[in-house]
Design a protein around this ligand. Sequence first.
Ligand code: 5RP
Length: 296
Amino acid sequence: MPETDVSKEEKKFYEDVPQKNPVFSLKGSGSLDWGMKDRLSRIFSPKTGHTVMLAVDHGYFQGPTTGLERMDISIVPLIPYADALMLTRGILRSLVPPDSNKPIVMRSSGGPSILKELSNEEIAVDIEDAIRMNVSAIALQVFIGGEFETRSVHNMTKLVDAGLRYGIPVMAVTAVGKEMVRDARYFRLACRICAELGAHFVKTYYVPEGFRTVTSSCPVPIVMAGGKKIGELEALTMAYKAIQEGASGVDMGRNIFQSENPVAMIKAVSAVVHKDLTPEKALEMYNDLKSKKRKE
Ligand code: 5RP
């Protein structure tokens, strides 16, 4: 039946205005499908292109890590300040309030504990459960140069295939064995392999020498891993340098939740990542927030 509501003259067809074709600006992600882009835009702010992910998945191989013994007490209050949460499905279901509506990057590999060879991981989540939990991405460890290198790379390609079927991006985490050299050469190799074989973004460590070569040779976004607890200024400096040298965000755990004031620290990290605040200014911000809290 033809339209009868109003005459053609009253309708607005804007015949002379070409349809807008906005570019999806996240690095290397322009050719992805709509669902992928939607999920990635929940993690990476469309305004800044950056993200502050809070990593609290440590229990999957090392149990109740310092600061994560009671995540309902230590981590739930931090949720509003993170752009996304990286955690396991166990913690997601048992402790994270579903109405916090935070994008989830779900740890999807596991197997060995700290008592065994860590590279001997397998995929530990069915893609159906990732869909059921409405996650924004799935994540796993890739052990380039590790004893079970090939297995971990295959875990990733399987997860990428599953993610592609349903529009769920995969974050590969370049794992470093205790005895392995952490330099730009190694991280270029590891990040590039992850991206070439399908990872949609890669989590890797900052290195003072040549980090820009790591970000520039990786065709998808890189988020900087935090690593063991260091001083606040040092951690803010590392995040600042990583962003200035091409990282699209950070995925930090212990340097936030083991800080004397985790809320102040995540706010300071966020200012570095989204507002280019210098480390010195960010430390000032951290100290101000910390002393305000003490006075309350
Ligand atoms: C190891 C991981 C972690 O389990 C975790 O995310 C590490 O966070 P941080 O080192 O910042 O405490 O992915 O690679």
